[in-house]
Ligand binder design. Structure first.
Ligand SMILES: *Cc1c(COP(=O)(O)O)cnc(C)c1O
Length: 400
């Protein structure tokens, strides 16, 4: 018989009761170190006092009023994001896919309003992940996800990642923009080289295209800067955010320059829940913490410490680990073809460490941004034990 909860996920048999920082406890009392953070989402860790207090206080006052009225929390949160980024204006929604939908609509509207309605195609990349709505399935372009859901939504073309020739030859009179994750997350924690991001910016300027960045996973401090594109010293025209922005509370955002945002006039786009007082109170609390002086420097520092440990781990287990890649606290451990990332993830769970699998046989680490160096060391030690589980002969040799 079908479970009451629709079986769209292969869930691990773990149910958590409570969390504190980077720790989670199951209902049966087992303790885990959480280096998955609900898929790069609980950026402040579990039970962060400033975040939980902000949510509790706002919930007791007013949670939702709709966008028929002014929402001061949303106005303040937007102003703070504008002050901290390339953007001039922000639209709030509830998830990453919804943010990407808004971003693509903004790009299409920009060209339509500028007299070029035929320019509605986005150039996207192989290995991308942009979400599960009908249009974002097409932007993602993964045949496996598209199968059975009817014809793909028009206007998304895919070219190989990090290939400027392919990008240039895909541009035609229908091209509206280029949509890319600065680091492909679900696809296997594959960073776009800084040179490539700069070349994409330049080609957009050359052809009057909009650069649309999907920073749903890479943003809000995860890379060690507020937004991952800042490492490349470029600015997009429009960007999506979600995952870390609400610290675990559902919140998404489209951040845009004025030349894009000004075309989304009243009635052109909307959402009932988006930017409600409760979600924005959570967003403000996250902003308080992440923008506090020194916080992002601390993320960068602990990330470098973690990377050092992981690079040593890779050298120690050449039969298990092929490569460590990513940026900041979005780390991909690419495993040898003989080692299955799902098995490795299960081995880590057996050692008390939560991670997330990603494409290309990668084990992904995306811990809360508040981890300490001691917690980073602990994760490396647990991964060391998990690696030994994957190579019984090596661990026997070590035991002798
Ligand atoms: C997770 C993710 C999405 C989809 O976000 P949802 O909140 O699941 O809709 C889109 N883009 C990227 C890069 C993501 O990592």
């Amino acid at each position: 018989m079908i479970p009451a909860l629709m079986p769209t996920y292969n869930r691990a048999d773990l149910a958590f009761e409570r969390g504190e920082g980077a720790r989670l406890w199951t209902v049966d009392g087992r303790r885990f170190l959480d280096f998955g953070a609900g898929i790069a989402t609980t950026s402040l860790g579990h039970g962060h006092p400033h975040l939980t207090k902000a949510i509790a206080e706002q919930a007791a006052k007013v949670m939702h009023v709709s966008n028929l009225y002014r929402v001061p929390q949303a106005e303040e949160l937007a102003a703070r994001h504008v002050a901290a980024s390339f953007a001039d204006s922000v639209f709030f929604c509830n998830s990453g896919a919804e943010a990407n939908e808004g971003m693509v609509k903004a790009v299409r509207k920009y060209h339509a309003e500028n007299g070029n309605p035929e320019r509605f195609h986005m150039i996207c990349f192989e290995g991308a992940f942009h979400g599960r709505t009908l249009a974002m399935l097409s932007a993602t372009g993964n045949e496996k996800y598209l199968a059975g859901f009817g014809p793909p939504v028009q206007g998304f073309e895919h070219v190989p990642f990090d290939n400027m020739n392919a990008v240039r030859s895909a541009i035609n009179e229908h091209t509206a923009g280029i949509m890319i994750e600065p680091i492909q997350g679900e696809g296997g924690v594959r960073p776009a080289p800084i040179r490539f991001l700069r070349e994409l910016r330049a080609v957009c300027d050359e052809y009057g295209l909009l650069l649309a960045l999907d920073e749903v996973q890479t943003g809000m401090g995860r890379s060690g800067k507020l937004w991952a594109h800042q490492w490349a010293g470029i600015e997009p025209d429009v960007m999506s955010s979600a995952k870390g922005i609400g610290g675990g509370f559902p919140l998404g955002a489209v951040l845009a320059k004025e030349h894009v945002a000004k075309h989304l006039k009243p009635g052109t786009h909307g959402t009932t829940y988006g930017g409600n007082p409760l979600a924005c109170a959570a967003g403000l609390a996250v902003m308080d913490v992440i923008m506090a002086p020194g916080f992002l420097d601390g993320v960068d520092r602990v990330a470098r410490h973690l990377w050092k440990g992981l690079v040593e781990l890779a050298a120690k287990h050449p039969a298990v680990i092929e490569e460590v890649r990513g940026a900041g606290l979005l780390v991909g451990i690419k495993l040898k073809p003989e080692i299955n990332n799902g098995d490795m993830q299960a081995a880590a769970v057996a050692e008390g460490l939560l991670t997330v699998a990603a494409g290309m046989n990668v084990l992904r680490l995306a811990p809360p941004l508040i981890i300490t160096e001691a917690e980073a060391d602990e994760a490396v030690a647990l991964l060391d034990r998990a690696c030994r589980r994957m190579t019984p002969s090596a661990s026997q040799a070590a035991a002798q």
